[in-house]
Design a protein around this ligand. Structure first.
Ligand SMILES: [Zn+2]
Length: 321
C-alpha cells in the first residue's frame, strides 16, 4: 500500500468535527471517468499534480463540500497508484447517504473508463491492502467490509450501485474482495519488500538481476535466467515474481526470494530503505537512527514528498541510503 495523508481541513465535513466508533468499512467508487487523485485531493503536495480547476474536495465551494470520504485511491501525477487519507479514520464521514456514516469508514476508488484491467487490478489490490490495514487498526474482520450497494440493500446507505457495476467486469466481486482481505490478514504482507542484507527495496516494475541460485521453492535457477535482467511483476513479503526479461520476453517462473535480487544500477530501481513509523517517532529521531544526524531529516522529507513535519503511526517512510 502506498499510503499518504492529506486531511481535507477546509471541507465542511471535516469542520463538522463529529467522531464515530468505527464498526465497518464501506467501499465506494466515484462514478466518474477520472482516475487522477488530484481531481478529489488537493492542494498539490508535489506528487498529486496541480488541479487547474481547483475543484478538489478541500475547498469551500458549494457542492464540493457536501460530501467527504476518509480516503481516495487513484493515480498520482506520475501515473503510479496511491491511497490518500483525507479524514481522520474515526471522523464521521459523509459518504453513505444513510446511517452507515455513523459507523463506517468510507473510501472511494477513482474510476477510469472501467475497461482497463491493468488499472483495475492495481487499485483493487491497493483497496484490499487499505482494508487489511484498517481491519488491524480497528479490530475488524473482512466480514465488516461492504460496498455502497450492499449498504443500500441493508438499508444503511442510499441507492447507489457502486462497486457492483465495476468489479464484475474484471472477474471480481465483494466476496472475492473480502476473501483477499482475509488472506492478507492471515499472514500476507504488502509490497514493497526490503532485502534485510543490503537494505535494498524491491518493488513492482523494478529491473533486477537474480543473485541467488535457487527459486523460492528450492529448484535450481538455470544459468541463462541468471545471466539476464528481469522485471519484477509482483512482490509479497520475502517473495517476488519475475516473468519478463529486459527485452520483453516472457518466461513463466517460480517465485524467487527478495534477498536473491539486486536492482540493476541505473535502471531507476529504488535503493532506499523503508521505515514504518511507530508511536512516538519523529522525523528528527528517524534521521538520527538511520542517517546518523537529526538535521538530515530534510532528506527524508524530500524523498517522501512531505510538506509538513507531521508523521503518523503506520506510515511507511522511504529512508535514503
Ligand atoms: Zn458510493
Amino acid at each position: 500500500m502506498n499510503l499518504h495523508k492529506l486531511i481535507l481541513t477546509a471541507n465542511a465535513c471535516y469542520k463538522a468535527g463529529e467522531k464515530i466508533t468505527v464498526k465497518g468499512i464501506m467501499v465506494h467508487s466515484t462514478g466518474a471517468n477520472n482516475p487522477w487523485l488530484k481531481r478529489y485531493v488537493g492542494p498539490d503536495d508535489g506528487l498529486l499534480g496541480k488541479n487547474i480547476y481547483n475543484n478538489h474536495w478541500n475547498t469551500y465551494h458549494p457542492g464540493g463540500s457536501e460530501v467527504c470520504v476518509h480516503a481516495f485511491i487513484g493515480k498520482l501525477n506520475d501515473g503510479t497508484i496511491a491511497t490518500y487519507q483525507t479524514l481522520p479514520w474515526n471522523h464521521r464521514g459523509w459518504h453513505a447517504g444513510g446511517s452507515a456514516n455513523d459507523t463506517h469508514i468510507g473510501f472511494e476508488i477513482c474510476e477510469d473508463g472501467l475497461t482497463d484491467k491493468t488499472y483495475f487490478d492495481k487499485v483493487y489490490k491497493e483497496a484490499v491492502e487499505l482494508c487489511a490495514y484498517l481491519c488491524k487498526q480497528y479490530g475488524l474482520t473482512e466480514q465488516n467490509i461492504i460496498c455502497h450497494n450492499e449498504g443500500y440493500k441493508k438499508g444503511i446507505a442510499s441507492n447507489h450501485g457502486d462497486v457492483m457495476h465495476w468489479f464484475p467486469k474484471h472477474g471480481k466481486s465483494m466476496d472475492t474482495f473480502r476473501a483477499d482481505v482475509k488472506a492478507l490478514l492471515s499472514g500476507g504482507t504488502s509490497e514493497p519488500s526490503t532485502n534485510p542484507d543490503t537494505g535494498t527495496t524491491i518493488k513492482t516494475g523494478d529491473l533486477v538481476k537474480i543473485t541467488g541460485i535457487k527459486y523460492y521453492g528450492g529448484q535450481t535457477i538455470p544459468t541463462w535466467v541468471r545471466n539476464q535482467n528481469w522485471y519484477v511483476q509482483e512482490v509479497s513479503g520475502d517473495r517476488a515474481v519475475i516473468n519478463k526479461n529486459e527485452s520483453g520476453t516472457n518466461a513463466i517462473m517460480s517465485p524467487v526470494r527478495v534477498s536473491d535480487l539486486a536492482p540493476v544500477s541505473g535502471s531507476g530501481a529504488t535503493t532506499y530503505r523503508v521505515h514504518t513509523v511507530a508511536k512516538g517517532d519523529t522525523l528528527w529521531g528517524i534521521a538520527v537512527k538511520y542517517l546518523g544526524s537529526g538535521s538530515r531529516y530534510k532528506e527524508i522529507k524530500t524523498l517522501n514528498g512531505l510538506t509538513s513535519d507531521t508523521i503518523f503511526s503506520g506510515q511507511k517512510l522511504k529512508i535514503p541510503n
